[in-house]
Design a protein around this ligand. Sequence first.
Ligand code: ZN
Length: 267
Amino acid sequence: MLSIKKILMICGLIATTQTFALPQDSRRAGGIAVIPVAKTVTNITYENKPVLVVEGINSMNQIIFGIPLSAPLGTLQLQSSNGPINIEVKPYKYAEQRLSVKNQDYVNPQQEQLDRYAVEAKEQNAIYTSFTPQQWKEFPTFIRPTAGKFSNSFGRKRFFNGEERAPHSGLDIPAPVGQKVVAPANGTVIAIGNYFFNGNTVLIDHGQGLISMFCHLSKIDVQKGQKLQQGEVLGLVGKTGRVTGPHLHWGMSLNNARVDPQLFLAR
Ligand SMILES: [Zn+2]
């Protein structure tokens, strides 16, 4: 039987070919918890901030919650009109990566660069903690933002020239400079910028605190406020910012937690 969406698509009334499926449930630091709750459960928050809820067509809604990379093992608690909702954060071993970066400014930035980074971090934090109301009836399956073989680089513990730094908060896709980067799902460009570590960057707001980020671009083809459909070009792969070679850094932030982008892709 044809769904309403398919009929609208055949009639050309909606252009998107976006498909829908919940992200993978993976209850680890940097993972996602997908929690079905009765529709009567409302006011779902984490640390007093709203979380993403997909309103199901049957009697259940789905909470899609991002578990911070810094979350300790054990129980993490959401609040709701029906009382606490517990999430068990399970152990997960991320790999280690030792990088040699020639430009010392990227290993031990000077004060001026740290000041610049502090301003950028504040700007990005404001984006990650934003919550754009949007009614989700279904959750979109994300597509890969650029072609290329990649390894499991999310969450890696990183050492730059032997010094430990923050774990890797995104997924790196090695690709040649100039290769197209597309929106992995529908959304609105919430910011573009040229950042110290991240280079030329585009951030897309998908609604309800779900933000995607694309870094080290050689070219940005979109403007702030622009609405993007899944598959639309947003820029080109590059090697701007702190990089050892050309690649796309793809980050996903959910309720201000950087989570593994692979969990949003079709299985
Ligand atoms: Zn990266």
